[in-house]
Structures are given as C-alpha cells and as structure tokens.
Design a protein around this ligand. Structure first.
Ligand code: ADP
Ligand SMILES: N[C@@H](CCOP(=O)(O)O)C(=O)O
Length: 327
C-alpha cells in the first residue's frame, strides 16, 4: 500500500469543506502504487481519488500534470479530471503535502495482460501522443539520461547486496548510454512515461482509461513506446513475448506511424527505459521509509529485461518489419 502520509478523518472532513463535494462518507488508503499517497474517498457527491504528492514530485510540476489531464480529457482521452475547489484551484495542501482530488475512473488494471490488452495500450498511447501535440506547457524529463547517474550514485554502494555484480553491470550500461549514443533528433511531444499495467484500466477487454500522469513530461515519443515494450511485453518469467510486442506496435502504428529513425532507435530506447526503472526501483528497494505502507517493486526484473534489450540487434526483434509494416 502506498500511504506515506496518513490523513486523519477530521482533517480530511475540514479539507473537503473547500470543495462542493458534499459530505465525507468514508475513505481509505489505496493498496497500490509506490510513488504517492492515494486515498479513495466516498462523499455524498460520489467517488474520488485524493493524492498527496510525495518524494519524486516537484511541487512546481503539479500545475503541468493537472493541466495535462484536463487537456487530454478535452481531446478525447479518458483520464481523471482534477476537481477544483470553490476558489477555482485544484492544487492545494493537506498534511503538509501538495494535494489534489481527481475524478474516479471505472475499470480494473489487468493483472495478467494479454495480447488484446497490449493492442489496446498501443492504440491508447498513440492517441495520447496525438492529443498532447498542442499542449503548450512544458516539463523536461527529470528521469532521462542525466537523471540516471544521481540515482546510480545513491544506490551504488549497496547495489551488490541486491545482486552480486549489479554495481558493475549498471556502471557499464550507464557509461554506454551516456557516451553520446542516446538519440537527440527523434520526434518529441508529451509522453506519459509510466504507462505500466497498473496505470491502464479496462472494462472487460476494452480499455477504459489511463491514470497517473506524475511522470508525464516532454521527451521522445518513441521513448514512451520503449517504456511500454518493457512494461507490457514480458512474461512473468521475464521472457520477451514478441506476439504482445507486435500487437502493441501494430496498434500504435495504425494511429501514429513510427518513423524509420524511431524504429531504428527502439533497441537503445528500450535499454534506457529498462535502466531508468531498474534504478528507481533499486533506490526504492534500498530506502523503504520506516512506517510507510508500501511494497517496493523488484529491481531485478529489470536486470533481466535490460539483458534482453542488450541482445537485440534491430527493431525486427520486437516484431517490426524493416519496411515499418508489421509481420
Ligand atoms: N482516477 C482514479 N480512478 C480510480 N482509481 C484510481 C485513480 N487514480 C488512482 N487510482 C488507484 O490508485 C492506485 C495507485 O494510483 P497511482 O496513481 O498509480 O499511484 P502513484 O501515485 O503511487 O503512482 C491505482 O492502481 C488505482 O487502483
Ligand atoms: N511503474 C513504476 C513504479 C511507479 O509507478 P506506480 O504507478 O506503481 O506508483 C515501476 O514499475 O517501477
């Protein structure tokens, strides 16, 4: 459960007086997520999600996330909407943390994603990329290449406790990715940057919405594709499932076709995406705050994924044909 900061019932009832959300009927901490503290609220006006933003979220970035959700919702993407208080502001403070209430989205995230889920995600990601095209607020990706070294430095001295040799493995990969090979000329736009299965809701097999924009930023669109290849196209035993990758890439390409340069860069972008999640997971694994109700995610899952991407020689290995057509 990710609840780093608890909220007392009377404090929450007071907080809600700033909104037109009626009376608080019940609330509970949400047993999922690792980044922020989330609560499910039931009020006489309906169900809502209250988020208290924690460690990795800079307060200055919150207007970006909240405005982005509003923008995407206005452009046909089903995502939560920030709820404004009576003064017109959605961003507030609670228990010493920046806080916001967003609308509740119906659906369930898939515990065992199948090929059809992967296709749904490909289509939704491409639609989100197109919908974000005219969003004017900018936010740099704090967790791109230059953000990885500080994470490595924070974890390096204890990395070998998690797996012998991990420190050297990470150092070599970081050296490679920061040696000038990282692409700089691919199409950019607003990316979600964390579109994992617990951030995509389905009703049956139909994708019903996307949540959790707290890593969203401006970066290469194909980097978002690479993140999803990591998050959606491996099996529980960490073997790569090319059928899922093909379904995902095919569905993405039907909405927004990847350029030849984006396709060629996919193996490298997938390595970058793998080390990014490996590093944040490793830091979190080694630093669980005392008393926090959180289940840190396994960093070693990403060692295996990264090794796979290191063995990839072209986007063909992800199910793409050289022409850009899908097999
Ligand atoms: N708008 C929403 N509607 C319904 N459930 C939500 C919503 N936002 C978050 N949740 C629930 O809370 C969990 C954690 O949210 P998430 O945003 O992923 O956490 P974190 O802030 O830690 O990244 C989700 O897996 C989901 O169960
Ligand atoms: N997706 C990240 C963890 C952060 O995401 P959350 O939405 O589960 O809080 C990972 O898998 O490492």
């Amino acid at each position: 459960m990710a609840v780093y900061t608890d909220v007392a019932a009377d404090e929450l009832a007071d907080f809600l007086k700033q909104y037109d959300l009626g009376e608080l009927l019940s609330y509970k901490g949400i047993a999922e997520g690792v980044e922020n503290s989330n609560f499910l609220l039931h009020t006489s006006a309906g169900s809502f999600i209250l988020t208290l933003y924690e460690k990795r979220v800079a307060k200055n970035d919150l207007p970006f996330f909240l405005a982005l959700m509003t923008h995407l919702a206005e452009h046909g993407i089903n995502c939560p909407l920030p709820v404004k208080a009576r003064d017109g502001e959605a961003l507030r403070e609670l228990s010493g943390r920046p806080a916001a209430i967003i609308t509740f989205l119906e659906g369930m995230w898939p515990r065992k994603p199948n090929v059809s889920h992967c296709a749904g995600v490909g289509e939704a990601l491409a639609k989100m990329h197109l919908a974000g095209a005219n969003f004017t607020i900018k936010r740099a990706n704090a967790l791109s290449v230059s953000g990885w070294r500080p994470l490595f430095d924070a974890a390096a001295s204890r990395a070998d406790e998690v797996q012998p040799g991990l420190r050297g493995f990470l150092a070599a990969e970081l050296d490679h990715l920061s040696s000038g090979v990282w692409p700089t000329d691919l199409p950019e736009g607003v990316i979600h940057a964390d579109l994992f299965n617990d951030n995509v809701f389905f009703l049956g097999d139909r994708l019903s919405g996307i949540i959790d924009f707290t890593f969203a930023c401006n970066d290469m669109l194909a980097y978002d594709v690479a993140i999803c290849l990591n998050a959606w196209c491996f099996e529980p035993d960490h073997s790569f499932n090319v059928t899922k990758a093909r379904a995902f890439l095919n569905a993405y390409g039907r909405v927004r076709k990847l350029t030849a340069s984006e396709e060629a860069a996919l193996p490298l972008l997938a390595r970058g995406a793998a080390i990014r999640f490996l590093l944040t997971r490793l830091v979190d694994w080694l630093n669980v705050p005392p008393g926090a109700l959180v289940k840190p995610k396994d960093p070693l899952e990403y060692v295996r994924k990264l090794r796979f991407h290191q063995s990839v020689t072209s986007a063909r290995d992800y199910g793409l044909m050289p022409s850009g057509l899908v097999a």
